[in-house]
Design a protein around this ligand. Structure first.
Ligand code: PLP
Length: 371
């Protein structure tokens, strides 16, 4: 049987042509094409500022730095996420506070989040995991009540919406990933978005060696200590072309997700996680929750269907053991449940309805012990 991959990046002749144009130009570092990609995000998301960086992880790190979060501060993150969400907190010297997620949505549990807020809490990094948008009615209420900043790990959520507004506009700062597991990808890369001018200016400078805005004297001024998190034009070229097609690519993902829902409907052994109410999911991943996830995963792989776990329960890993750098708030049973039960099914623009039928048939056979 023909193997079905988990994902396939959108790489067309148009993409290759754009990359070759950059190669031919001889200008390979960050330049006009990265700027084009930033403009594409600004216009698509409808936000004021977009800043291209080397990854979502480096983007989250500079977002924390822009908000002057560091030693002595606490930052709350969900336990069920990719380690990067928490890593960046420790990287800037702040304390990671891990809280549980709702097993129904796999997103941060807003009640546990509120309980975990202390006088030292400076920010929260909620995650719009798998493209499921966050409930900003809840988050904004907490923000107003406690005065904490919200940095959204929107790694998976380009194209998702909350109450008709694209993800990227609700948080103080949000960061998208351009890693190949994400639906718009440059190989490696990230995009910070914000509506705050000052933070945007600071981050733009910081990621570019602390350079100031060029003045009319044509001399460079280094205004602050900075680093190099610039996105090469060579990589940006891939994303620029994908952004030209984002509407049709997202539309296709939604059709495929809808078809999965139809095929899976009425199967009592399969739970489809809930989408946030008033939210529009972008289906970076199509996930289901099942018993005996590991056995099913192995059997599907043996049938040539590349499936994957959802993501990780951080508290299980040595890097996040409770101590000085990390505090665990309460029980993490929702996260544990998601870690053990979530299965990601293949989803990419070239997947066909026939592929999906085969995936669901194989899945159901495995669940019924018929493989
Ligand atoms: C992919 C992912 C990241 C890491 O993104 P990079 O661009 O690889 O740094 C962080 N958080 C979440 C939730 C992710 O899915």
């Amino acid at each position: 049987m023909r193997p079905i991959p988990l994902i396939r990046p959108y790489i067309t002749e148009e993409v290759k042509t754009k990359v070759c144009e950059v190669l031919d130009s001889g200008y390979l570092t960050e330049g006009p094409v990265a700027k084009e990609l930033e403009e594409a995000f600004t216009s698509y998301v409808g936000c004021k500022h977009s800043i291209a960086v080397t990854s979502c992880t480096t983007g989250l790190e500079i977002a924390l730095r822009a908000l002057q979060i560091g030693s002595g501060d606490e930052v709350i993150v969900p336990d069920y996420t990719y380690p990067a969400t928490a890593d960046v907190v420790a990287i800037v010297g702040a304390t990671i506070v891990l809280v549980d997620v709702s097993p129904a949505t796999m997103l941060i549990d807003y009640d546990r989040l509120e309980e975990a807020i202390t006088d030292r809490t400076k920010a929260i990094i909620p995650v719009s995991l798998f493209g499921n948008p966050l409930d900003y009615d809840r988050l904004t209420a907490l923000q107003h009540k406690y005065g904490v900043a919200i940095i959204e790990d929107a790694a998976c959520a380009i194209g998702a919406e909350y109450k008709g507004v694209k993800v990227g506009n609700q948080a103080d700062i949000a960061v998208f990933s351009l890693h190949p597991r994400k639906f718009i990808t440059t190989g490696e890369g990230g995009m910070i978005v914000t509506n705050h001018f000052q933070s945007a200016e600071w981050m733009r400078s910081y990621k570019h060696f602390g350079m100031g805005v060029q003045d009319s004297r044509l001399t460079t001024s280094f205004d602050r200590i900075g680093t190099n998190y610039k996105l090469s034009d060579l990589l940006a070229a891939v994303g620029v072309v994908q952004m030209r097609h984002i509407h049709e690519l997202l539309q296709r993902r939604l059709e495929l997700a809808h078809n999965y829902r139809n095929l899976l409907q009425g199967r009592s052994t399969i739970t489809i996680p809930e989408t946030t109410s008033s939210g529009a999911h972008s289906y970076q991943s199509f996930c289901i929750l099942i018993e005996e996830r590991n056995r099913i995963m192995q059997q599907l792989r043996a049938e040539g269907i590349e499936v994957q776990i959802g993501t990780y329960a951080l508290h299980q890993h040595p890097a996040f053991i409770s101590g000085n750098a990390c505090r665990i708030h309460g029980k993490l049973t929702g996260s544990q449940y998601a870690f053990e039960h979530c299965l990601t099914l293949p989803l990419f623009h070239e997947l066909t309805y026939e592929d999906q039928q085969r995936i669901v048939d194989t899945l159901c056979n495995a669940l019924q012990g018929r493989l």
